[in-house]
Design a protein around this ligand. Structure first.
Ligand code: FAD
Length: 516
């Protein structure tokens, strides 16, 4: 039997939940269909290690791009904790490192000096003043209809900054501004998170990635979601349920037609919805498959490793407290030359060695994800995100072996810059196995249907429309259109939808409400 609804939503990630909450609160009948047994997609917490009471943010872990407007509109109980330390970067092969501490300007200047980068210390504030101007100009537009390229440039009102960050490879601006290899690398990582590109990327994929990493909240701060990432999706789930949306778990959508017919499997039976509008919270490639065509499979470029340690590792650098070093982003083997070399090695088909990695420690800022016993024992979580690890290095036949090789490469890379072997600190789970969880791009595709393990569902778009882009429909104006009038994108694949932000869901909901 076919059931009629105003809006059917495919997928139950945090963006889909956002759209459901907005549309149900506006009086639309909404049915959301999620193939897994829980909602939230890549924005979830999990007890990853059997018998260990630690609720880790399993995939995504930090929040920057969630607009205050969405939090206020939906009354979300989400608390984000700001971190004092921006980053620590050991200088490989030495006992020195660069600590960028937003609470201590003199200490930060001394740290630049210690790695021989006095000149770069002077250039740093100017560079980040420019990204601050971009953030203040562009972030307020992400929950509005798309500005055009010319309007966005006018809003910024600074042609030199526009040129450096939008028109020319951002890597060229980094090379021009900074001289030290380590400093250049620290800045460049924002262009390479989940994006497979060389540090100077003529295709500008690195620019788009960089932009979304520096504009969030109008400041570019990346905050820790208190309670773990699951609390963000949990708050959105609550809002959607309270507004009256029908959320169905264990419901795998098997086809979508251009006229709004959505077929899904739930339990042993098949169901059909006839929807006025269908919102796709799944990747564009996955939507194409559901509509019977073949899209371009995107490529992710990361390996994610979650660890539970008995305590923080010691550093080689006795001048820095591990609490400071792990209090922000810890960069391992992410110098400029290493990022470039790693890209070339991966293009040639090998796992980069040493593998550029960055680490973040949730439990230092927010111990609440650990049981009182683990907290009292001094246990800490570490999340490692390795760069330049493209999906092309993994396939169905090699995935298990590659996962083991990647895990080894991550531990080798970290051991090369730490003061003691990381493996010695890894706790064991209830079955006596080490508390290490490694996810390749293919693991992420298997778990979440993120094609190619691409964390943004595909290459990121600019947060503005080209001047000659069509703007005839609400969906086009909000950056959520597909080639079919009734089918809109509401997930990470929407223009401006990448990351944990709810922006894709918000914008799709606004387009539906404009459609009437
Ligand atoms: C390892 C990793 C680390 C990341 N780190 C960060 C970070 O720190 N900060 C940040 O902001 N972003 C991060 N991201 C990116 C961020 O998680 C994603 O951009 C975001 O989760 C996308 O949300 P979404 O709701 O659009 O889609 P998703 O989270 O991908 O959810 C889509 C949902 O659709 C479901 N689905 C798929 N196909 C079907 C079907 N046929 N029928 C029914 N349901 C279906 C899936 O099961 C999934 O639950 C990270 C991502 C990954 C993978």
């Amino acid at each position: 039997m076919t059931r009629r609804v105003d809006v059917a939503i495919v997928g139950g990630g945090h963006n889909a939940l956002t759209a459901a909450a907005y549309l149900a609160s506006a009086g639309k009948s909404v049915v959301l269909l999620e193939r897994l047994d829980a909602f939230g997609g890549a924005a979830v917490s999990a007890e990853a290690f059997p018998g260990v009471s630690a609720r880790l943010s399993r995939y995504s872990y930090l929040v920057s791009l969630l607009p205050a407007r969405i939090v206020a509109d939906l009354g979300l109980d989400v608390r984000l904790a700001r971190r004092r330390y921006s980053s620590y970067t050991p200088d490989p092969g030495t006992a020195r490192g660069l600590l960028v501490d937003t609470g201590d300007a003199a200490g930060t200047a001394a740290s630049f000096a210690a790695i021989g980068a006095v000149q770069d210390a002077g250039a740093w504030p100017g560079f980040y003043d420019a990204t601050g101007r971009l953030a203040r100009a562009l972030f307020p537009t992400v929950t509005e209809p798309l500005p055009t390229r010319s309007e966005a440039k006018r809003l910024l009102g600074d042609d030199a900054t526009w040129d450096a960050f939008i028109e020319q490879p951002v890597g060229a601006a980094i090379e021009r501004t900074f001289t030290n290899d380590l400093v250049r690398g620290v800045v460049a990582t924002d262009a390479l998170i989940g994006t497979f590109a060389p540090p100077v990327d003529p295709a500008l994929d690195g620019n788009r990635c960089f932009l979304y990493h520096v504009i969030g909240g109008g400041t570019g701060d990346w905050d820790v979601p208190v309670g773990g990432m699951g609390t963000v999706s949990g708050a959105l789930w609550r809002a959607a349920v309270e507004e009256g949306a029908e959320l169905v778990a264990d419901a795998e959508v098997t086809s979508v037609t251009p006229d709004g017919e959505v077929t899904y499997r739930h339990g042993d039976s098949e169901h059909v919805l006839a929807a006025g509008t269908v919102l796709s919270g799944v990747a564009p490639y996955e939507l194409a498959r559901l509509m019977g065509s073949v899209g371009v499979r995107p490529e992710g470029a990361q390996v994610k490793v979650n660890l539970l340690l008995s305590r923080l590792p010691r550093l080689r650098d006795s001048a820095v407290d591990p609490v400071a070093a792990f209090g922000g982003t810890f960069h391992a083997n992410e110098g400029w030359a290493r990022l470039a070399g790693a890209y070339e090695e991966a293009v040639a088909g090998s796992i980069p060695d040493p593998l550029p990695c960055e680490i973040y420690c949730h439990s230092l800022t927010d111990p609440s994800i650990l049981s009182p016993e683990l907290q009292a024992a001094g246990a800490q979580t570490l999340t490692v995100f390795a760069l330049q690890a493209p999906d092309r290095l993994v396939d169905e036949g090699t995935n298990d072996a590659r996962r083991a090789e990647f895990q080894e490469a991550v531990l080798r890379s970290l051991d090369a810059v730490l003061g003691e072997p990381l493996a010695d600190l890894v706790l064991t789970d209830g079955d006596g196995r080490p508390c290490i969880e490694t996810k390749t791009t293919l693991d992420i595709e298997h778990a979440l249907r993120m094609p190619g393990g691409n964390i943004f569902h595909g290459p990121l778009d600019w947060p503005f429309a080209e001047d000659d882009a069509p703007t005839g429909t609400p969906a086009e104006r909000w950056g959520v259109a597909t080639e079919h009038e009734r089918i809109l994108r509401c997930g990470s694949g929407a223009q401006r939808g990448g990351a944990v932000s709810g922006i894709g869901g918000h914008n799709a909901a606004m387009a539906v409400l404009e459609m009437g």
